[in-house]
Write a protein that binds this ligand. Structure first.
Ligand SMILES: NC(=O)c1ccc[n+]([C@@H]2O[C@H](COP(=O)([O-])OP(=O)(O)OC[C@H]3O[C@@H](n4cnc5c(N)ncnc54)[C@H](OP(=O)(O)O)[C@@H]3O)[C@@H](O)[C@H]2O)c1
Length: 333
């Protein structure tokens, strides 16, 4: 019988997560039963939302249990199969425990084709973050040609895709990110018209006004906090804010003192709507089809930051909070 390493949640992080919040154990891989497949993990997606599952506060998804494996989106190779749907050598995607190898019920996995797209793409542009960008912008942002789209977290997995979709739809697109290199990247590789480095800008409200001379019609918010407060001073009449993520406050230990959004929304008849990508579960195939079509036609590009090695998964996760990724952060095993 073979063994596998597993990464468990050791402590519920207080503030910023640390390596000591995770631990590694080794266990035996069980024998396969009918309907099961034995998987070897190939790529692991690390995502900001996992921070929420490490806390036991009530949320839209169950918290991780202490001393149990972390789970995230992964691509894996089928080593053995007792399912008629899969053969050894196939690649699948789905939610997997952070293990090198594991036996799972085949029903919960979808085959992916390495000849259609690189395997890593099924965790980014053709996976959860691509779909989040697509449905958040098109369904909640209700974008119109000629409008101004402002995106925070613009150089990340979701943000790079949102900006490109905005350009496909004929918008003026402005991005906010944390380094000059990222600003250069979103403009030269992803078609953003303007960019603002929030770490070197003293007055964000003024900088947004300058980059968005006609005001902001759609704000795609990946970060929340002070950046999003500055956006409020620039929203247009009937503007829409897509509340996708709030990474700037995920590690807060106290409720922040924040600006009241209501007067801004009232004055501008503006709306703000949160969402989780699971809300669109039934429409995922439609989203994948559109994203794959744009990819194939060369209208969409994607960037990845790929770290290597099973033992480096926790560090790759921590690096998201330091902005060390461009595009989708993944770990190749
Ligand atoms: N609603 C949903 O269903 C859904 C689905 C997927 C993702 N999300 C959310 O969408 C957001 C983006 O997710 P992603 O997977 O695409 O991650 P990502 O943007 O690829 O990675 C996180 C990025 O956040 C930025 N960041 C970190 N700390 C920050 C801070 N204090 N203030 C401002 N920016 C900070 C960093 O870039 P900089 O260098 O620019 O700081 C970092 O690279 C996250 O908030 C995530 O939780 C929501």
């Amino acid at each position: 019988m073979s063994t596998t390493k597993t990464i468990n949640l050791k402590n519920r992080p207080k503030g910023k997560p640390e390596l000591s919040d995770f631990d590694f154990t080794t266990s035996e891989v069980p024998e396969l039963k009918d309907g099961e497949i034995l998987l070897k993990t190939t790529y692991v997606s690390v995502d900001p939302y996992l921070r929420g599952r490490m806390s036991d506060a009530e949320s839209y998804i169950e918290p991780f249990e202490l001393n149990e494996p972390i789970v995230s989106g992964c691509v894996a190779e089928v080593l053995e199969s007792k399912s008629s749907n899969f053969s050894s050598g196939d690649f699948v995607t789905g939610m997997l425990e952070w293990k090198e190898k594991q036996v799972v019920n085949a029903e919960n996995f979808r085959k992916v084709d390495p000849d259609q797209a690189p395997l890593s793409a099924y965790l980014g542009i053709l996976g959860m973050t691509g779909l989040t960008a697509y449905f958040g912008l098109t369904d909640i942002g209700k974008p119109k040609e000629g409008e101004t789209l402002l995106v925070s977290g613009a150089a990340g997995a979701v943000g790079t895709v949102v900006g490109q979709i905005g350009k496909i739809l004929g918008m003026h697109v402005v991005g906010i990110a944390g380094t000059d290199e990222k600003i250069e990247m979103i403009k030269s590789e992803f078609g953003y018209d303007e960019g603002i480095n929030y770490k070197t800008t003293e007055n964000m409200a003024q900088a947004i006004a300058k980059a968005c001379p006609d005001g902001v019609d759609v704000y795609y918010d990946n970060v929340g906090g002070e950046i999003s407060e500055a956006v409020l001073f620039n929203i247009n009449k009937f503007s829409r804010t897509v509340v996708c993520g709030a990474i700037s406050v995920y590690n807060n230990t106290e409720l922040p003192k924040s600006t009241s959004v209501q007067p801004f929304l009232i004055k501008k008849s503006s709306s703000m709507q949160g969402f989780v990508i699971f809300d669109y579960k039934d429409r995922h195939p439609e989203g994948i089809e559109q994203l794959a079509d744009w990819l194939q036609k060369g209208k969409l590009h994607y960037e990845e930051t790929i770290q290597e090695g099973f033992d480096n998964i926790p560090q790759a996760f921590l690096d998201l909070f330091e902005g060390k990724n461009k595009g989708k952060m993944l770990v190749k095993i």
